[in-house]
Design a protein around this ligand. Structure first.
Ligand code: IMP
Length: 440
């Protein structure tokens, strides 16, 4: 198992953090390949008093809680130095050793204060035009940072090493950004020296973690290390394959792993898709199976569907197999983990979307362009639900037959095996003996 990828198969928030944490003891390295502090990967564990402790990771990979795992923030991530340093401090305060266990790519692009300022101004202007025009971003500067990366005007971690290089690049960049902020958005301009001082201080604190992570990963793979690549967000938020323009600015899909880490595709032998047992979405954009009803509210409340990064209520809806089949195709999932199955207890009957109706015809094709996706009508298959609480179930045979049928229906529709079922936020709430989830 040289490189395994864990990928969100919907619109993010599928519970990837828990699955990465669970798989971490089987690997040597956990590496994040895209996104930035827009992600919120939640890990929950039982404390000594029998209660739950929770930690939300935004940038540091979810393997950090396993002592012998090294964590990598790859070149494909856009790094907010303040956010990563705050996160490191919080992790250390739990008594966890981070020194020597966290490596940050020298080629990762930095989130700068003007990225957040421009994003806020852009979103405000889009919202003023119409509520639907705003993307509903997380406000972490992600889009503008990737814009600069593509425009070849970005500032990278390696640029922090030499103050004069940083000042020069920043001065050039700020000329343009300040003009945009002042003249287009009527927002206060930013000061070069203040940013340089702030970022030079970051450099002193971040320096020990910075390295050529692609070289580190490839050398480690040569020595038979096992790497788990951790995707952030979800496939339907992918810049190319998601519901554009209501997407994030990076590539959560499998291809993003190679470019975001600098590892060859020939090293990848497992692509594990994470799918919530229903669907959620934060921010704007089409969502064919959205439930703007009591059932949707029930999913939100029972599932705790509020953003781990922004606290925003997530939109909730039935499982969309048309969308899942599409992301399975794009990513080549060879296995699926289904999360939050316990949240469906007490909902009877259940519905899953198996086709879309569009322009008078039915289709199993997922149109990723927002204008078409906005107009499709979901066609549902109704499946029997179950009443029992399943959050203590440890073995697949102990699930109610309706829950096993639900899983079997997903497997059959997608032609992908389900390898794991998560039935609660705790590490212990996981069913690993799923194999083929056909009803007994
Ligand atoms: P951005 O990534 O902040 O630019 O936001 C773009 C879109 O992706 C918005 O709809 C966000 O709500 C969504 N998004 C970004 N990160 C996450 C995530 O980790 N989970 C779920 N949605 C996300």
């Amino acid at each position: 198992m040289p490189v395994s990828i864990v990928i969100g198969s919907q619109w993010g928030d599928e519970g990837k953090g828990k699955i990465v944490d669970l798989l971490s003891p089987q690997v040597d390295i956990v590496a994040r390949y895209q996104g930035g502090a827009n992600a919120g990967h939640t890990i929950v564990w039982e404390n000594q008093e029998g209660g739950d402790d929770e930690f939300v990771l935004h940038l540091v990979p979810s393997g950090i809680f396993h002592e012998r795992v090294t964590c990598v923030i790859g070149n494909g991530v856009v790094l907010d130095p303040k956010a990563v340093l705050d996160e490191i401090e919080k992790i250390k305060s739990l008594g966890i050793d981070v020194e020597g266990r966290l490596k940050i790519s020298h080629n990762a692009h930095l989130i700068m204060p003007y990225h957040k300022a421009i994003e806020a101004a852009q979103e405000e202007e889009r919202a003023a035009a119409s509520d639907d025009d705003a993307i509903g971003t997380t406000g972490r500067g992600i889009g503008p940072a990737y814009t600069d990366k593509s425009a070849r005007t970005g500032i990278r971690v390696v640029d922090l090493l030499e103050e004069e290089v940083l000042r020069q690049k920043l001065r050039r960049s700020l000329e343009e950004k300040n003009a945009i902020l002042r003249d287009i958005y009527d927002v206060e301009a930013l000061d070069v020296d203040r940013i340089v001082d702030e970022y030079v201080e970051f450099d002193q604190r971040i320096d020990d973690y910075v390295t050529d992570t692609s070289k580190y990963l490839c050398n480690s793979l040569d020595q038979d290390a096992r790497v788990l690549a951790e995707g952030a967000q979800g496939s339907l938020l992918d810049l190319d394959f998601g519901s554009y323009p209501y997407v994030t600015s990076s590539h959560p899909t499998a291809g993003g792993c190679c470019t975001g880490l600098g590892v060859p595709p020939t090293e990848i032998d497992r692509v594990l898709g994470i799918a919530k047992a229903y669907c959620t979405r934060v921010g704007n954009g089409p969502f064919p199976t959205e439930l703007e009803t009591e059932a949707g509210e029930r999913l939100r409340q029972k599932g705790g569907e509020f953003g781990a990064t922004t606290g925003r209520p997530r939109r909730c809806g039935w499982l969309d197999l048309v969308a899942l089949r599409y992301t399975s195709m794009v990513n080549g999932f060879n296995e699926l983990a289904v999360t939050k199955l316990d949240i469906l207890s007490g909902m009877d009957p259940l519905k899953v979307c198996t086709q879309y109706r569009y322009d008078g015809t039915t289709t199993r094709r997922f149109p990723s362009e927002a204008q078409t996706l906005n107009r499709v009508e979901p066609i549902y298959k109704t499946l029997p639900g179950w009443e029992q609480d399943i959050s203590d179930v440890q073995h697949i045979q102990d699930l109610p037959s309706e829950a096993r049928d639900y899983l079997a229906f997903i497997e059959e529709y997608l032609d992908v095996d389900i390898g794991l079922v998560s039935n609660g936020p705790r590490r212990s709430q996981i069913i690993t003996d799923v194999q083929h989830a056909t009803a007994a």
